[in-house]
Design a protein around this ligand. Structure first.
Ligand SMILES: Cc1cc2nc3c(=O)[nH]c(=O)nc-3n(C[C@H](O)[C@H](O)[C@H](O)COP(=O)(O)OP(=O)(O)OC[C@H]3O[C@@H](n4cnc5c(N)ncnc54)[C@H](O)[C@@H]3O)c2cc1C
Length: 413
């Protein structure tokens, strides 16, 4: 394979939000100097029906803005203007507020926005096409190392690349094929997700009720739906209770949500059926192998308690794009060991730290033992009275602490 910069080729297996963001960042920064192919059978499907919603933190929003896709997404995005944390049991008549956060992390910059997955995937795919990314609706079946290249197997035949990026999700087959180990455990919990319609405006408020079986999060969505206003719920529930909840008829499901959601936003209705995702923690032992980089959920899976999983994946994309672009501009091999080492150093420790924090939070709060409840409520109350500490937490969660990759600061590559 030629080593001229015009002939660099990178294949990204997985056209989820992490994979498409990386493809777009590389194509925009390197233009015709690099051939980018994103492969994913899901590229055949219209993503607009995917109503899952994610909290996109300020750092990730800046990245989407730098990539030119934010303006198209913003009209359907809901800024989180305010956050409230309570600690109670399902039947408690009152849910005392222990911690509040004002939503702006910088003037005019909300801590996070709620964005629907389908809208984000559609915007990224359209921008990739416009930037010349080769989008192929096909699965990568395998790969083999060659001299200075990796042969990537696709149904229509193999292609040689300088780098293969595995962005193929939590159950990454490519990670397995590369024999990269995985450290992880199940939480014996599932995240039940649904969109709720309600009568009153949520005013951009996100609420997290820490209930004994796990956190029950209410995340505000942009106006719409049958009753004019919508909220996405992420309900962490013990695994053994989930089959029963999924089997309930829609009215009983609505009643179960109402017991936890309350009536402060008026009457509620279920906009989408319950979907349950088994929850686990996991991190790859290495983020790279020869001519292979893991990206997004293929490299790490964390508890959704802090809404950070995809944000980590976007940070991976920003860091890997930066390492590749810096090398390619010097005429260096974008799949070489130096690029991959830079990427791994930038991301593995940060990811591990976030994983440990979310794991600890889930263990601390998915628990009904009285001494632990008293201790954590005391802790929340203390944090609530310390504005500097609250500022620190909110900047961490917004992805704005420390240096971070250039795209996450809203800068171009
Ligand atoms: C209940 C719940 C709530 C969450 N809420 C939040 C939140 O608010 N904020 C947040 O930041 N994160 C959140 N997350 C985490 C978030 O969902 C994931 O981190 C994110 O979707 C991962 O994106 P990805 O692009 O890495 O992988 P995926 O979205 O899994 O994409 C992987 C893609 O790879 C494709 N693929 C698989 N195999 C192959 C192959 N062999 N060849 C080619 N393509 C292949 C698949 O078709 C898929 O499109 C939540 C998770 C859960 C479970």
């Amino acid at each position: 394979m030629s080593s001229s910069s015009a002939a660099w080729r990178i294949v990204i297996a997985g056209g989820g939000i992490a994979g498409l963001s990386l493809g777009l960042a590389l194509a925009q920064a390197l233009g015709a100097g690099v051939a980018i192919t994103v492969c994913d059978p899901a590229l055949n499907r219209d993503p607009s029906g995917d109503r899952r919603a994610y909290a996109i933190a300020a750092g990730a929003r800046k990245m989407l803005q730098a990539l030119g896709v934010w303006a198209g997404i913003e009209p359907g995005a809901q800024p989180i203007l305010d956050m409230v944390i309570t600690d109670s049991r399902v039947g408690d008549p009152v849910r005392p507020v222990f911690l509040t956060f004002a939503g702006e992390v910088e003037p005019g910059e909300p801590f996070a926005h709620m964005v629907e997955s389908g809208a984000l995937v559609a915007a990224l795919a359209a921008a990739c096409r416009a930037a010349g990314v080769d989008l192929r609706p096909a699965a990568v079946a395998g790969f083999a190392l060659e001299a200075e290249a990796v042969r990537v197997e696709l149904p229509e035949g193999a292609i040689d690349a300088h780098l293969l990026v595995a962005a193929d999700g939590a159950r990454s087959r490519l990670r397995e094929m590369a024999a990269i180990g995985w450290i992880g455990w199940s939480y014996s919990q599932s995240g039940i997700v649904a969109t709720i319609a309600h009568e009153r405006d949520h005013e951009g408020r996100a609420v997290e009720h820490f209930l004994p079986s796990g956190p029950f999060a209410l995340l505000p969505l942009a106006p719409g739906g049958a009753l004019g206003h919508r909220t996405s719920i992420v309900w962490t529930e013990r695994e053994e209770n989930v089959p029963h909840l999924l089997a309930l008829d829609p009215e009983d499901q609505r009643a179960e949500v109402e017991r936890r959601f309350g009536l402060q936003l008026g009457a509620i209705a279920l906009e989408t059926p319950f979907r349950a995702h088994p929850l686990a923690f996991g991190i790859a032992r290495r983020f790279c192998a020869e001519r292979l980089a893991l990206l997004g959920d293929a490299a790490h899976v964390i508890h959704p308690i802090a809404g950070q999983g995809l944000n980590l994946g976007l940070k991976d994309a920003a860091a890997l794009a930066e390492a590749i672009v810096d090398a390619a501009r010097l005429g260096l091999d974008p799949g070489g060991a130096e690029v991959l080492g830079t990427y791994e150093r930038a991301r593995r420790f940060d990811t591990f730290s976030m994983g440990v924090v979310t794991d600890g939070l889930n263990r601390l709060f998915s628990n009904d033992a009285l001494p632990l409840r008293l201790l954590r409520d005391l802790g929340l109350g203390v944090v609530d009275r310390m504005p500097a500490l609250k500022r620190f937490f909110i900047r961490e969660a917004a992805g704005l602490s420390g240096e971070g990759p250039r795209l996450m600061r809203g800068e171009g590559l």
